[in-house]
Structures are given as C-alpha cells and as structure tokens.
Design a protein around this ligand. Structure first.
Ligand code: ADP
Ligand code: MG
Length: 715
C-alpha cells in the first residue's frame, strides 16, 4: 500500500539540516570561533562542560551584534557578510551562509550576550529552533559577544548516543581550537573545562606562529622547524608555514592545513608531502607541518559545505606539485646539518678520534687534508690467489730487481760478476719452466756460465749468470736513470682502476696519478728482458706459427709501410724467414724465442707469470725483428731486440682482448685483470722507472688532497 506524502514540519527540516552541519561539539565551536574572528576579535575564550555536550561558552572581544539584528541572528540564511550573489567571488570571511548559529539553535539552547562599541549597554537573548524566545534584555557586559550553547543535541537522542565520551569530544575541541590558535597569531585563544583554573590551550596575543606551535606541540618539535614560504603568480597562490626537518619525526603525520584561513584537509596534498619525506625520515615515521595556503577566491569552490573538510580547488595538481617542490628544496638544504649531527654521534668514528690516533703514531698532528685512507700495503685478496707455477723464477726476478734498485746502498745479494766461477757439473739450469728435454735439446751456450745461487728454498732455482759486458752496460743504464720519486710512488701505490687499456689511475699518499700503462708496461718488459737475459721460461705455442705467414701478414698490414719499391712481398717474407732462422740459436739461447728447422715460431719468452702477449701483434713483431734490429753490434742487438719484444708484450689499446664470457677463466684473460694483477703487481717490485717518465706525460698527477682542500675552502 502506497504511503501518503506529507510536507515535513519546518522544525523537523531545520533539525535535520542542523544535524548535517553540527555533528559534534567541536563543529559548533569551530563555526562560532570563525564568527569571532570575522568580528575582528583579538581574544577568544572558550569554556566547556562535559566535552561541550553540557555547555559551551565562547567569549570574544569583537564587534558585537547590533541589538536590531539579534532577532534574526539565529534564523537560517541570515548573515551580515553577504548581500548579493556577486559578493561570493570576493568574500574573505569564514562563514557566509548564515547557517551556523541557526543550526546550533535547532539542536541546543543558545543564549547570546553581546555589546557593540556604540551601544550603551550589552543585550542578552535566548533562542530556540532559530527563534528569539523573548525580546533581548539589556544587561551589563564588555564589548564583544558571549555565546552559550547548552545541552547540545538535547532533542536529537540518536546523535547524542552516537557521540563518543566527553573526554574524546574535549580532545577534539582542543585540537580544533589549538590549530586556529596557531594560524591566528596575534590573537589570544584559551580553552578550559568549566571550574578549572588552568587553560588546556592558551596562546597570547603578542605571540608568533612559532611561539604558538611551541605552546601547543611543545619545544621538541618547535626547535626542529624550517620556515617555508613560496608564491606562484601564474597559479595565483601563496604558501607559508613551518615544516619539521629530517631530525624530527612522529608516528602519525600532523598536517595543519589552512586554505584561505579555513582549517581544511586535502588528502592529495598530504600524500604528496609524505612522499617527499619518505626519503628523509626513518621508515614508518612522519613529519609535522603547518601550512597556510592562500588561493585566489575565484579558484576555490565558494559554496563549500561547512562540514566539508576535504577541499578541492582549481589547478590543484599544479599547486600541490609546486608546494611539494618547495618543501623538497627546503628539506634538502636542511639535510646537511643532520648528516653532520648524526655522524658525530657515531661511537669511535669521530674525526677527532682518528686524528688523535694518527698523531700518537707520528708524534705530529695530521690535518684532514693530509689524511690518506688507503694503505698501499694492503693488497686485495685475489692478488695472493694466483697460481704460482714458476714463482721461483718470479722470486729471483724480484730479488734481482730489488737489488738493482738498491744497489747504491750495497746489496746483500751477490752480483753476477762475483759469481763467475761456477762449478762445471751443474746441469741444464732452465728447470721449472723448461720444456721436456726431448722437445728442446740443450745447445751450447757461448758466454754463459751456470751457477747455483745461495738460496735456502727447497726448490733451488738455478740461474745462469750473465757475464756479457753489453748486458751489464744496459743494466747500468737502467739503474743510472732511475727516478727515485717515481720508484717510491710505484712501490707504494694503491691501485685505483683502469680508465682504458692505455691509462690507469693510482693513488700515492694524498695524490692521485694517471699512469700511461702502455709506456710503463713496455719499459717494464724491456727491463725484464735485460735483467732476466738468458733466464726466461718458454711460452710454447700450441700450433707452430710459420714465420713466412707471419711476415706476409705483417707486410699486408698498413703498419708495415710496404711499397712496390720494396720488391715483392713474397721475396721479402722469405728473406725474413731465412734471416731469423740464422739467428735462431742465439734467440733461443738468450731470449727463449724458439724457431724450428722448418722456419716455424714455436716458443716465446715468458716474461711474467700469467702473462701472454696479445698475438695480433706477433706479425709486426716478427717483421720488425728483421728490419729494426741492429744485428751487427752486440749491445745494440740486445737493446733493439728487447725494445721490439717489449713493444710486442706491452698493453696496447689496439691489441686488447675482451674477456670471453663462455670461458670460466674469462675474467683473468681480460686486459683489466692483467693490468691490475700482473702489470701493476710487477711495477711495484720489478721496476726501475726511468727519469724521462716524469717529463714525457707517462705519469701525470691529476689531483692532490691538499689542493682540493684549498679549492673547497674557497667555495
Ligand atoms: P555566517 O557566519 O555564515 O554569516 P552565522 O550563523 O555563523 O552565519 O552567523 C550569523 C551572523 O551572526 C553573522 O553573519 C554575524 O553577523 C553574526 N555573528 C555571529 N557570531 C558573531 C560574533 N561572535 N560576533 C559578531 N557577530 C556575530
Ligand atoms: Mg558563521
């Protein structure tokens, strides 16, 4: 059966409307507080009983209400703030719908006592359901308005039951009043329970926003705040406020947001801000922010419902982004102080501790710009994990090199010249790294005698002593031209990294150097060829390489500079093969470069453990042996051969192998690995850097800590 439609009683309609606006005591107080501020009050005192449910008293010192207006002040849609619809776009007050007082009067007993500046006395009137109960009565009173709201929701039992406890309601009142208090610096606010002497919120008229934040939230947060302020004319908005820095965090985000002086919420803005802070705060902690946005009134929805806290406005995304950026920039600026602050708190890591330790050791003060944080003696572990198949040979080389470099101070190791009388019964000296006897029959060695060195190791290496004057002179040349400073640098450097095959970075004390790996490695191999002359192991080629083919390859390459005038390549190639075959005995004897009867290259000297030259350079090496070496003079011959050979062995940009990912040992085949673990390890111990390296750009100092400090001091 269809129900009969009846018009609702007007008081019922108003009560429903009132319930929509005034949902709890805190709403009522907010509305009334805004009226006080609209009335230019500078002091707003609030007293409540039972969380505002029993009684709300709100006293201000504003303009007051004219006696004539008292009759309609509690009727719906009565307002002194708006006259025409056009006013809506420029209105700058809190309320203008004229609904607040009317609503309250529909759900509570309202009494207003008010006095304007020009009135002789105050007037008091009580209201019920928006209507004046009796004509206003004159009474005593100060300028301003006192509104009393009693028995809120006395006539809406469902609403009353839905409310939380009085204490819960009271804390909501405290929250809303304190936020308005913070925003309205220059105005005094207070909230207290009736009968109490001390206010729970109290701000003073001459206090600043920061003072008010301190009064409400305490000193812990107020001292960690950064002031923010920005403006964007295009988006027609201004923002100012205070935000907590990276030192401060709370369990729950506190965002006090006022838009056009109205306390609102914007979940979009809150989210944007929290995103910024996640980079700065510990996990699951949040910031404190007080932000006041002023947006051109025409860009904001003026018809916002009094209970509608969540606001939206024109250009919302752009404005939020702009605010977000500003906050980020402010946080970034404040972050450096935090890093410093927390670092000094780390136990045992403070700068002063390490400085005092250093001074205890060296008896003198070490300044920050002199501090070196690497120890060149500390090598990476993998430097010690190399298979050391012919370590004895390397060891003897090492001894040799160190003796040569310290020759001036007198070496404990006997010089070759002192060991010339060797017993005749010593067998083939090339033990460890030599091929089996059936592959390489021993040959007669002119000018070479064999000795057993006085070494205590169980596997005693037998080293041939070289008596040749030419070699002695070449060694002396190296020693005489050693650069002491560079020698020290290379002995005590810390490997930083390879820039490319040609350039490597190393650190020595407070300085960073760029070293020409190509030049250094070539000189290193040259010195090895001279010092280990006649004592090399052999790198046996898996397939003998025909010298003819190698020579042809070289002649075909542009590098050879071959022209028609040089005659046919084939003839030249054959000449090279025949020529080198003539030298085979000597080459094998002194340099372990093996050429067989058929003119095939079968072995190359092993100059360093775990190091093989890149074979792409082999054809050119063979060609140059025939064309660039002075074979007629002994000293020149050994020198030139060593130069060509060291060139072939050096690390060169155009001949670098990238590691083969397929092979398990791929990484060890890479030039990077060779440079770090073979070349620079050898440069540390086996090398006497020549003086010209300090002048020809082979060693460049690119940074110095003390100089860097000077630069930073200037910034
Ligand atoms: P609105 O604020 O939207 O105008 P209200 O119902 O809140 O409507 O208030 C109605 C009118 O009562 C206001 O326009 C204002 O003129 C007057 N009024 C209310 N409270 C005060 C006050 N504390 N001081 C002076 N005038 C007040
Ligand atoms: Mg109002």
């Amino acid at each position: 059966m269809a129900g009969v439609i009846r018009r609702l009683d007007e008081t019922v309609v108003n009560r429903i409307a009132a319930g929509e606006i005034i949902q709890r005591p805190a709403n009522a107080i907010k509305e009334m507080m805004e009226n006080c501020l609209d009335a230019k009050a500078t002091s707003i005192q609030i007293t409540v009983k039972e969380g505002g449910l029993k009684l709300i008293l709100i006293q201000d010192n504003g303009t007051g209400i004219r006696k004539d207006d008292m009759e309609i002040v509690c009727e719906r849609f009565t307002t002194s703030k708006l006259q025409s619809f056009e006013d809506l776009s420029s209105i700058a007050t809190y309320g203008f719908r004229g609904e607040a007082l009317a609503s309250v009067s529909h759900v509570a007993h309202v009494t207003i006592t008010t006095k304007t500046a020009d009135a002789k006395c105050a007037y008091r009137a009580s209201y019920c359901d928006g209507k004046l109960k009796a004509p206003p009565k004159p009474c005593a009173g100060n300028q301003g308005t006192l509104i009393s709201v009693e028995d809120l929701f006395y006539n809406v039992s469902t609403r009353r039951k839905a409310l939380k406890s009085p204490s819960e309601e009271y804390s909501r009142i405290i929250e809303v009043v304190s936020r308005y208090a913070i925003h309205n610096s220059g105005k005094g606010f207070s909230v207290k329970k009736q009968g109490e002497m001390v206010a729970d919120v109290k701000t003073l008229q001459n206090a600043s926003v920061l003072d008010n934040i301190r009064a409400v939230f305490g000193v812990a947060v107020s001292r960690e705040l950064i002031e923010v302020e920005c403006e964007d004319q295009k988006l027609a908005f201004k923002m100012k406020g205070y935000i907590s820095n990276a030192n401060y965090s709370v369990k729950k985000c506190i965002l006090i947001l006022f838009i056009n002086h109205r306390l609102v919420e914007s979940s979009a803005l809150k989210k944007a801000i929290e995103t910024v802070y996640t980079a700065y705060l510990p996990k699951n902690t949040h910031p404190f922010l007080y932000l006041s946005l002023e947006i051109a009134p025409q860009n904001i929805d003026v018809n916002v419902h009094p209970t509608k806290h969540e606001v939206h406005f024109l250009h919302e995304d752009s404005i939020i982004e702009s605010v977000q950026k500003h906050i980020e920039s402010k946080l970034l600026g404040s972050n450096s102080s935090r890093t410093y602050f927390t670092q000094t708190l780390l136990p045992g890591l403070s700068v002063s501790t390490s400085a005092s330790k250093a001074s205890a050791d060296s008896q003198e003060r070490v300044y920050a710009h002199q501090m070196v944080r690497t120890d060149s003696k500390v090598q990476k572990l993998d430097a010690f994990l190399q298979p050391s198949t012919s370590s004895s040979a390397a060891q003897s080389r090492s001894d040799k090199a160190s003796s040569s470099s310290t020759a001036a101070q007198g070496s404990a190791e006997p010089d070759d010249s002192e060991l010339l009388t060797a017993p005749d019964d010593i067998e083939d000296p090339q033990t460890d790294s030599q091929p089996p006897p059936d592959e390489a029959p021993p040959r007669k060695r002119p000018h070479v005698e064999e000795v057993k060195e006085d070494l205590t190791a169980t596997s005693v290496p037998r080293r041939r002593v070289i008596k040749l004057t030419s070699i002695k002179e070449l060694r002396e040349d190296i020693e005489q031209h050693t650069h002491k400073g560079l020698h020290d640098l290379l002995q005590n450097h810390s490997f930083v990294g390879s820039v490319n095959p040609q350039w490597t970075l190393v650190q020595h004390q407070t300085k960073l150097y760029l070293l020409n790996t190509t030049k250094l490695s070539q000189e290193l191999f040259y010195q090895i060829l001279i010092y280990d002359f006649g004592n090399f192991g052999v790198l046996r080629l898996s397939n003998p390489a025909p010298l003819y083919d190698l020579a042809m390859l070289a002649l075909d390459s542009e590098e050879s500079g071959w022209t028609e005038e040089d005659g046919p390549k084939e003839g030249l190639a054959q000449y090279i093969v025949d020529f080198l075959k003539q030298k085979a005995v000597m080459l094998e004897e002194y340099f372990s470069l093996e050429i067989d009867e058929e003119g095939n290259l079968t072995g190359l000297p092993m100059l360093l453990d775990d190091y093989t030259p890149v074979m792409e350079g082999l054809p050119t090496f063979i060609l140059r042996l025939a064309t660039e070496v002075n074979w007629d003079q002994e000293k020149e011959c050994f020198h030139d051969f060593s130069i060509e050979c060291s060139h072939f062995y050096s690390i060169r940009k155009q001949y670098t192998l990238e590691p083969d990912a397929e092979e398990p040992q791929g990484a060890e085949m890479s030039w990077q690995w060779k440079v770090e673990h073979v070349i620079f390890k050898a440069l540390r111990t086996l090398f006497s850097p020549p003086k010209h390296f300090s002048e020809d750009g082979s060693v460049l100092q690119i940074a110095s800590l003390p100089e860097l400090y000077k630069v930073f001091e200037r910034c």
